[in-house]
Structures are given as C-alpha cells and as structure tokens.
Design a protein around this ligand. Structure first.
Ligand SMILES: [Zn+2]
Length: 344
C-alpha cells in the first residue's frame, strides 16, 4: 500500500510499504477515507535525524473497518470510525478516569513503534477501546469537522478544560494554529466571555474572530503581555490555552495569567525545562495539561458537531490526495495552509 514516510527533516516521501494487517487479536485494520497533517508533524519535519527505515506518519483519521481480530467485540467490518491519535484499551484505571493517553496498554500512532494514518490503511491496536463508530456516511458534509475529533478539536477542548475555562470569565489563546483555533471554539463553547487570540497571521485571526475571539493581540513577548493586561483591567486572564510548546510561548502564557489563574498546555514542549517558574509561583498560577485524551471527549463534542453548533472543520483550508502529502507538509511548514486534509 501507499503511505507517507518521513526519513528526516524536510524529507517526506510517498512510498510502497507492507499492507497494514492484523497482528494482535484485539487489532482492527481500517481503510483511511480522510487523514490530515498535524502541526505536531512539523516538529520532526524541522528536526528529525535521518533514518534509512523512516517513519510512517499521521495520527488523525477517519476510515472504514476492513478486518477485526478474534477478540474484538464492539467494532465490526464496515463501520465508519474516527481514530483518536492515541490508542487505548478502554479498560484500565487511567481509561476509566478519562485519561486514555496514559492507558497502561496504550500508545501513539505515527511513531517509530506504530505506523501512522497518512496512508491507504492503518492497523489499530486495542480496536474496541480506541475506535469510535460515527453515525454518518463516509462522504457526509460534516467529514472535516468529524475528522478534528481525532485530535485538534479534542486537544483544543483539553487545553480549555486544563485552563479551567468557565462561564463569564476571561481567556487567552497562545498560538493561532489549528489547535489554537479549536481552543477558541472550546473556550466559547464553555461560556468564556472575553477570548483574546494571540496570533499574527491574517487568515487565522479572521477565522479566530468567526469562532468567537473578541480581541486579537499580534505583538510578541513583553509587548504582548502588556497588551493582554490592558485588555483585562491590568491583571491578566483567568485561563490561558498554550497551543505552541516553545519556551517563549510558555513564558507569555504564564505571564498573562492573572493571580490564581490557570494555564492549560497542549503544545508539545520542545525543551526539558519549563520557563517562568517564579512568576507561576508568586502568582499561584496552575500549570496543567498534556496529551489530550481525545477519546474521552468524542462523546461530549460529537453532538455539537452533528448539530452544527461548532464547525472545527473550518480549520482545513486545503484538501489533497495522498501523493501530494509532501507538498502539504511544505505548505503547512511555510504557513501557506492552516491545516491540510488528505483524501487517500
Ligand atoms: Zn487503558
């Protein structure tokens, strides 16, 4: 089958690889009908050391179940399913607590351990716990928004939950990528009154405003902090969604939280140490977040997608075929596209 293989920084190719197939009795194999490129795929695209074997990329997909192993009970061939970016058994103590990204038998797609979904098909470990059957046809008009339940909408929601967004309160979103934009949707959905988007790209800012951002701050660093304070009576916001993962963005995030506020971080941290320890301490700022248990959020978010109350699929501004995926990486990396959808 054809699949997206990254061999090193800037080196993404569409290759023939062995067909996805069942290995464990708890596996399923799905034919991918929609996949996409993630902002987090751009980190290895910038920095990955060359390997001869490469890594099959992609951790977001919707597909049709082709085969299931002997121990799979709830998922059957022919089901249209959405795949969270992490697999999980649905049964362990962490799955029961709604933290499927820490599943004792879990793991992540598109890693050196497990092939990813920017491909014609993908093997799904722990199929019963991982997959979620969608109540629509495979070409439903809502497909882009449903695809965001794999990652970006659930991740934006997780940032909002970790940042303790509450009705009537003030929120800032650091990062105007697809996750940040979904964070705006999530903050509004949870009742935030003022939503300040920190971002600089005109197309993204326009979409953020349509999603519910009330203010935009395009300055960076200390100037951005000052602007947010001006917009919030001098104190900063109750909740900050950190959707980038760089030291500078985390420093900004902690600096614009008001005393007693919270930062929900979902940007994959690119450094070992967390900046702004002292302001976080002296202002009693909670810093929370991590890989979003998007599997836990699908049930909550799905009705709002199906009934059109939220439209996270609008973050996709380009649709390509599988053979064009290398160009899709380039376009996202060069900020020509917000988020690229793939139809294998
Ligand atoms: Zn589990």
């Amino acid at each position: 089958m054809r699949a997206t293989v990254m061999f090193g920084a800037g080196d993404v190719r569409i290759e023939n690889v062995p067909d996805a197939h069942l290995i464990e009795p708890t596996d399923a194999v799905i034919t991918v009908t929609r996949a996409c490129i993630c902002g987090s795929d751009l980190w290895p695209y910038k920095t990955m050391e060359h390997t001869d074997s490469g890594r099959v990329m992609g951790h977001e997909a919707i597909g049709i179940v082709e085969a299931v192993g002997a121990d799979v009970r709830t998922i059957k061939a022919g089901d249209l399913v959405v795949m969270p970016f992490a697999y999980s058994d649905g049964n362990c103590i962490f799955c029961h607590e709604g933290l499927q990204t820490s599943c004792i038998h879990g793991g992540f797609f598109g890693t050196s351990e497990l092939a990813g979904a920017q491909a014609e098909a993908v093997r799904i470990p722990q199929a019963d716990g991982t997959l979620f059957v969608l109540p629509v046809g495979k070409d439903d008009a809502l497909m882009p928004s449903l695809l965001t339940l794999s990652d970006v909408m659930g991740t934006g929601h997780h940032a909002a939950v970790a940042a303790k967004v509450a009705p009537g309160e003030t929120v800032a979103v650091v990062g105007d990528g697809a996750v940040g934009l979904c964070g705006v949707i999530a903050a509004r959905r949870l009742g935030a009154e003022q939503i300040i988007m920190l971002g600089r790209h005109a197309d993204r800012i326009a979409l953020a405003r349509e999603f519910g951002a009330t203010d935009v701050v395009s300055e960076r660093g200390a100037e951005a902090v000052e602007r947010v304070r001006e917009l919030t009576g001098g104190f900063g916001v109750h909740s900050v969604l950190e959707c980038v993962g760089l030291d500078e963005s985390m420093l900004t995030a902690i600096s614009i939280a008001r005393p007693g506020g919270a930062v929900g971080r979902v940007g994959v941290p690119q450094h070992e140490l967390m900046p702004a320890s002292q302001p976080a301490f002296y202002n009693n700022v909670t810093v929370s977040g991590g890989p979003a248990p998007v599997r836990a959020y699908i049930e909550e978010l799905l009705p709002d997608v199906l009934e059109g109350r939220i439209e996270p699929g609008r973050v996709f501004d380009r649709v390509i075929g599988l053979e064009e995926v290398p160009e899709g990486y380039r376009a996202m990396n060069d900020r020509e596209a917000i988020k690229v959808m793939v139809q294998p």
